[in-house]
Design a protein around this ligand. Sequence first.
Ligand SMILES: Cc1cc2nc3c(=O)[nH]c(=O)nc-3n(C[C@H](O)[C@H](O)[C@H](O)COP(=O)(O)OP(=O)(O)OC[C@H]3O[C@@H](n4cnc5c(N)ncnc54)[C@H](O)[C@@H]3O)c2cc1C
Length: 413
Amino acid sequence: MSLSTTPERNIVIIGGGIIGCTTAYYLSSHPLFNSNISKITLLEASRDGAAQGASGKAGGLVAKWAYPSELVDVSFSEHARLAEKHCGISRWGWRFVGCGSWEGHGELSGEADSGVGKGGARKSLEKTLGLKGDFKKTRQQLGLPDDLDWVREELTTAYSPMSPPGDTAQVHPYLFTTSMLSLAQERDVQFVQGKATAVNIDKDTKAVSGVTYIPADSSEPKSISATHVIVAAGVWSPKLIPRLPIEGTRAHSITIRPTPDTTISPYVLFTEIELQGVSRRTARASPEIYARPDNEVYCCGPGDNSPVPDTVDDVMVDQHACDDIREHVASISTQLREGVVEKRQACFLPIARGGGPIVGEAKSVAKGLIIATGHTCWGICNAPGTAKAIAELVMDGKITCANLKALDPSRYL
Ligand SMILES: Cc1cc2nc3c(=O)[nH]c(=O)nc-3n(C[C@H](O)[C@H](O)[C@H](O)COP(=O)(O)OP(=O)(O)OC[C@H]3O[C@@H](n4cnc5c(N)ncnc54)[C@H](O)[C@@H]3O)c2cc1C
């Protein structure tokens, strides 16, 4: 299709997380997008702007061994391309990292617990499911890499790399997401702060006709007309399309700033710590630890079953869960023990029951209704592949960058 014959498109994206913002970027960068003819609006419910949920509070791992492979295969190379094109190294902390599983003992100083928030039972975030085989069983040596000097050698029982060099990278999720939004805004995407309350469907044509929302600065509902509506509202997506099988798992995280004279080498560690020094009992903890280029260290704990609140602004932080993460990582690292905790936060991971994510047009609900959600623990990694596929679907009429049949909404809707 040539630019002169491009039909008018009114595209509304619901959700300013990494999926919504990256989709806005890819749509507005598509060769057939012409802002004199078509319009893209990104609607975000938080009063604090984009990336206030999981997309601003995730670890930021980008891995060739992530899943599902059909999205990873596109996403990893797109991450590298975006970083090259838009100075991702300085703008959002893109870099390759060492990644390994670390197993050993931790020496606790305080009354730390298992790291689960008051939301209930401990749930794995399942990031290592994409690895072929059981990496714990394939460990061949107990030694640590020379430059992994910020975990205590004497407490280590095993370390094994989880991927060859070049297969694991990272971004700072908040900086990546907000950069995607800024770049999209430079290409005329309109950012509107307000909470979508309904996707409107024309009864006669069975196509989407618009979105109703409550603007952030008023209680009067408004509507935006639309030829395409993209639901990228994370765990809140079923509030708009109730049959979507999305559940939320809450997870806590903290960031630590080591003392100024300490440099934390670039590793992401998946830990298994046997905690010692707890008078009541010996327990295990498995925080993930991410060194970041600005010498910030991000650490997250397990998930829990806390109910999903009305909006991202209502997510509760259980301070005990944050204290425990700090104690657990401090139990194996002097550098992290001496550092200052800067952020204590929680967010909800969008999990698709029966596997996910869900990416494509929900034709059985309405023509022009596109779903892009349920990215579980790999939404940061898989955002570019998802966004590229959706931009192709909306602008070209079909997805050509990958075969995403297994992720099609028709599996569920
Ligand atoms: C502790 C933790 C660590 C993680 N680490 C990694 C990692 O290392 N690598 C990786 O690839 N992934 C990681 N993830 C997963 C990743 O964070 C998510 O898959 C991803 O952020 C999901 O993005 P999203 O845009 O779908 O959802 P969200 O980030 O939740 O964004 C959805 C947005 O929609 C908005 N919204 C909701 N309802 C409405 C409405 N009605 N109207 C308007 N706006 C609305 C919300 O306010 C929110 O801003 C991690 C997740 C957690 C919890």
